[in-house]
Design a protein around this ligand. Structure first.
Ligand code: FE
Ligand code: FE
Ligand code: ZN
Length: 283
């Protein structure tokens, strides 16, 4: 079972997103649980979330991924911004309890000159404050492009955060293809090498979700500009190899390419077609 999905527009609520995912023949989805650029949390509607839960069960969806807002920076120099990050994550995780057994993904943040170690310490402290032993949502750290003072552009940095937490057994990692490629990991010519490196430093058992994006920029550019699959430096063939790689079997693969829900539906159909051609021994 390959769980393909996309980051959906969340206007209209959770159940509506589930219907949209079904209509595009997706097997999972990603969404924001609040305005991505604002701090305001959406009012919890347990009934709406229960309906999505039922739909996911009926149609055997893979785990869905909630994405933290972009403005969250748990390793800001400013204590108020760090506290806001902790509060937003705690609220989001409380909301996700209505959708148990899924993922909550966040960008580790930018240390803004404080240094990687101080930044990792602050991220770890926040995680230990908000990830409770009872929580049924796994929090994922996203691999980043390493733009500016962004933490998470090297697998070692994510490892450092994990090592600094007490709650590490309840944490996972989401690999973003555009980000790792921009960070210098060559998933085009050496996917096996990159996955081996990931396994050595973090452990593939921690890799729980994958963002599939092409990149507008070359390997190691540290730019983080997503492109549609096949319209960037990574290319469709490399993305297909990754989706069907045995080491990544069972993970949700989520598109975050620059298009709308309809465009994502088209991309999913194209990927499915290409994957079934591969299976049929057409190569
Ligand atoms: Fe992200
Ligand atoms: Fe991503
Ligand atoms: Zn990105």
């Amino acid at each position: 079972m390959i769980y393909l999905g996309a980051h959906l527009s969340s206007s209209g609520g959770f159940y509506k997103m589930g219907r949209t995912a079904l209509a595009m023949e997706a097997g999972t989805l990603q969404c924001f649980v609040r305005n991505p650029r604002g701090a305001k949390v959406r009012a919890v509607n347990p009934e709406d979330m229960a309906k999505l839960r039922a739909l996911m069960e009926e149609h055997r969806f893979g785990p869905v991924v909630a994405h933290a807002p972009y403005i969250m920076n748990p390793c800001s120099k400013d204590e108020g911004i760090r506290e806001l990050a902790a509060r937003m994550m705690a609220e989001d995780l409380a909301l996700m309890e209505h959708l148990p057994g899924n993922y909550y993904n966040f960008h580790p943040g930018s240390h803004v000159g404080q240094g990687v170690e101080t930044g990792c310490r602050q991220i770890a402290d926040m995680l230990d404050a908000v990830v409770t032993p009872e929580a049924r949502t796994m929090v994922l750290l996203e691999t980043m492009a390493g733009k500016g003072s962004e933490i998470g552009g090297r697998f070692e940095e994510l490892r450092m955060i994990l090592d600094m937490t007490a709650c590490r057994d309840r944490l996972g990692v989401c690999l973003d293809t555009c980000h790792v490629f921009d960070g210098g990991y060559d998933i085009v010519s050496d996917l096996d090498g990159v996955l081996t490196e990931f396994d050595r430093i973090i452990g593939l058992d921690r890799l729980r979700a994958v963002h599939i994006n092409d990149s507008m920029n070359p390997l190691g550019s540290r730019k983080d500009r997503h492109a549609r699959i096949g319209e960037g430096a990574i290319g469709e063939a490399a993305i297909l190899r990754l989706i069907s790689h045995p080491a990544l079997a069972g993970r949700p693969f989520i598109l975050e390419t620059p298009t709308d829900d309809a465009g994502h539906g088209e991309e999913i159909r194209r990927l499915r077609e290409a994957l079934s051609v591969g299976e049929g021994g057409g190569e």
